[in-house]
Design a protein around this ligand. Structure first.
Ligand code: P5A
Length: 445
């Protein structure tokens, strides 16, 4: 993409309404525009990151054997009367009437609807296990929408629902989600710690939240600092192997890590003092096991191997897809702007032409742009007639992890400059070597 042809309305000034750094940088980098409290348009640069995040989520869900579908944003109120949540949900639910005076709502979550789909089409244990998920917009009329996409009213969520014949199978699905989420967040460059939490309006007995540590996080968290060292890394996990999946979950949930809702001071005090940490975190996901809460209320049953009819065992599992942009920026930025991890960056590399109009510089930039494209890497090429300082400031603000700087002086020596946004370290390379290096970096992403 050439900056001269792109739509990236970068702001010079700090927007007064943004209280935290991620919100400030998302507005300044022209990623989002507020349309009403907690409701945003996703401008092209923001949409590219949102799409990258969705792609990672999809890949990891499919790797775990979970199946995508798509449910609507609008739901009939009657479904929610069946579970009893129509009244329970209160003011957070946006209630709408259609022209026939039928009561509808903009879905804050989809337990009822997925249970309705299940009961319409499945009735035998032979069709289980089954986990269905979608990535869809939700609406929650939050009392205090704030911090940009972090606490929106309209927001994008990945929500998945497992259906199993008995509790051990449902707990395996819970564990599978935990492991797939750990991998998902790691691919986004995040450390998200699973913490024992409270189940709130979703209900159920077992639940973990995934928290990214950040001073601006809305949750208070208590943990053993050793938990922040745990990594899934590149190990292969066989998602069908119950013991193996459970062992990974045990590894990640044995050390003390809880939100304020479930904090136990006595257990906390048993941690060696130098590892006892109280901090703040951003909740980027939550998984729930709730058994037959919805299936019983809504009559979703299966016939088991011995011929008896039982309510299906369920859980639901969510990732805050749009919130993740804010969380990643809170975890990865400096005073010049965003520093995207390679896994989610809107463009893998930026090209800055120091002297637009100089025949050699223009030709070298075009050559780099095409050579990168040939390797499947779409660069963002700043081809504007602008001062070099302004181009650098924009690149730093939008946070592409790598920048290639091209100018007549370097080209006279046959080199361009490759700079890491994270470390600021630059090296001089031939254009061909720069392309090879970038391709190597992204080969493992
Ligand atoms: C699990 C999936 C649920 O709704 N039902 C379906 C369950 N869980 S949850 O914890 O309430 O939400 C899942 C994740 O969505 C994000 N989230 C939000 N993101 C932005 N703005 C909001 N107002 C908002 N509310 C929830 C969180 O990341 C949460 O973990």
């Amino acid at each position: 993409m050439r900056v001269s042809r792109y739509f990236m309305p970068v702001l010079k000034e700090n927007p007064a309404e943004a209280q935290i750094v991620s919100h400030r940088y998302m507005l300044r980098a022209g990623m989002i525009k507020q349309q009403a409290a907690g409701i945003y348009s996703w401008l092209p640069l923001g949409l590219r990151v949102l799409n990258r995040i969705q792609q990672i989520v999809n890949e990891e869900q499919e790797r775990a054997g979970h199946i995508p579908l798509l449910m609507p944003t609008l739901q009939p109120a009657d479904l929610w009367r069946e579970s009893g949540r129509y009244d329970d949900y209160g003011q957070e639910m946006l209630r709408i009437k259609d022209r026939q005076d039928r009561e509808m709502l903009y879905g804050p979550t989809n337990e009822e609807m997925i249970t309705d789909i299940f009961r319409a089409h499945v009735n035998s244990y032979k069709d289980l296990p089954l986990t269905l998920y979608h990535i869809q917009w939700k609406f929650r009329d939050e009392m205090r929408p704030r911090f940009g996409v972090m606490r929106g009213r309209e927001f994008l969520m990945k929500d998945g629902y497992n259906f199993d014949v008995d509790k051990p199978a449902a707990l395996h699905a819970y564990n599978r989600h935990m492991v797939s989420y750990l991998r998902t967040y790691e691919r986004m460059g995040l450390t998200a710690i699973p913490m024992r939490a409270d189940s709130g309006p979703i209900g159920g007995e077992d639940t973990h939240e995934f928290l990214v540590l950040a001073a601006t996080g809305e949750s208070e968290v208590f943990f053993d600092s050793a938990v922040t060292e745990l990594r899934l890394g590149t190990r292969e996990v066989d998602y069908d192997n119950r013991e193996e999946v459970a062992a990974v979950c045990k590894e990640f949930t044995t050390l003390y890590a809880r939100t304020d809702e479930t904090h136990d001071p006595a257990l906390f005090d048993a941690i060696p003092e130098d590892r006892r940490k109280v901090a703040r975190g951003i909740e980027v996901g939550q998984i729930f096991y709730f058994g037959t809460k919805y299936s019983e209320a809504m009559g979703a049953t299966v016939v088991t191997a011995d011929g008896s009819k039982v309510p299906v065992e369920m859980g639901s599992h969510g990732i805050g897809v749009s919130r993740l942009l804010g969380a990643i920026i809170e975890a990865s930025h400096d005073d010049k702007g965003i520093i995207w991890p390679e896994g989610v960056t809107p463009f893998p590399v930026g090209i800055v032409n120091l002297k637009q109009g100089d025949a050699a510089a223009d030709a070298a930039c075009e050559g780099l742009y095409k050579a990168l494209a040939a390797k499947g890497l779409e660069a963002l090429y700043d081809d504007r007639e602008e001062r070099a300082g302004a181009k650098f400031a924009t690149m730093d603000l939008i946070g592409l992890p790598w920048r290639i700087t091209v100018g007549p002086r370097g080209l006279a020596n046959g080199v361009v400059e490759l700079t890491s946004r994270r470390t600021g370290v630059s090296e001089e390379l031939t254009p061909e070597a720069a392309v090879t290096r970038i391709a190597e970096i992204y080969a493992g992403v």
